[in-house]
Ligand binder design. Structure first.
Ligand SMILES: [Zn+2]
Ligand SMILES: [Zn+2]
Length: 124
């Protein structure tokens, strides 16, 4: 019976974001190969790195594990939504792009409604 006293010394990554659990984070990072998984959703083409962001996880560029759909809620992200590892730049970029797309979609909808009202009320 050897006293196993090393249990408390598991490597702790200070960059683990609080939004997902350690195991989820670890498996998502493993799946990503510890490299940013952005393939252009941030708005950049990442052409220099074969279409995928080349940033590896590290102290200078800690990756965050986040829902693949940037507009998904935190709840969706922690309850089994598709997860991706993204660097800070791509995370911000993809969120911005998704917000913009949502705004655009809403604007398009409004345009169509206006158009409908116009044609509907002007039937002479
Ligand atoms: Zn990236
Ligand atoms: Zn990117």
């Amino acid at each position: 019976m050897n006293g196993a006293s090393s249990a408390g010394s598991v490597a702790f990554d200070p960059f683990r974001p609080p939004m997902v659990g350690a195991e989820t984070w670890q498996s998502a990072m493993d799946a990503a190969g510890w490299r940013c998984e952005c393939t252009g959703q941030c708005g950049k083409g990442h052409g220099k790195t074969a279409g995928r962001c080349g940033i590896n996880h590290g102290t200078a560029h800690p990756l965050a594990v986040t829902a693949a759909d940037p507009t998904a809620s935190l709840h969706a992200a922690v309850t089994g939504a598709e997860l991706v590892a993204l660097c800070a730049g791509c995370q911000a970029g993809s969120k911005r792009a998704a917000t913009k797309a949502a705004e655009q979609a809403a604007a398009d909808r409004t345009d169509q409604l206006d158009l409908f009202d116009l044609t509907g009320g002007d039937a002479a």
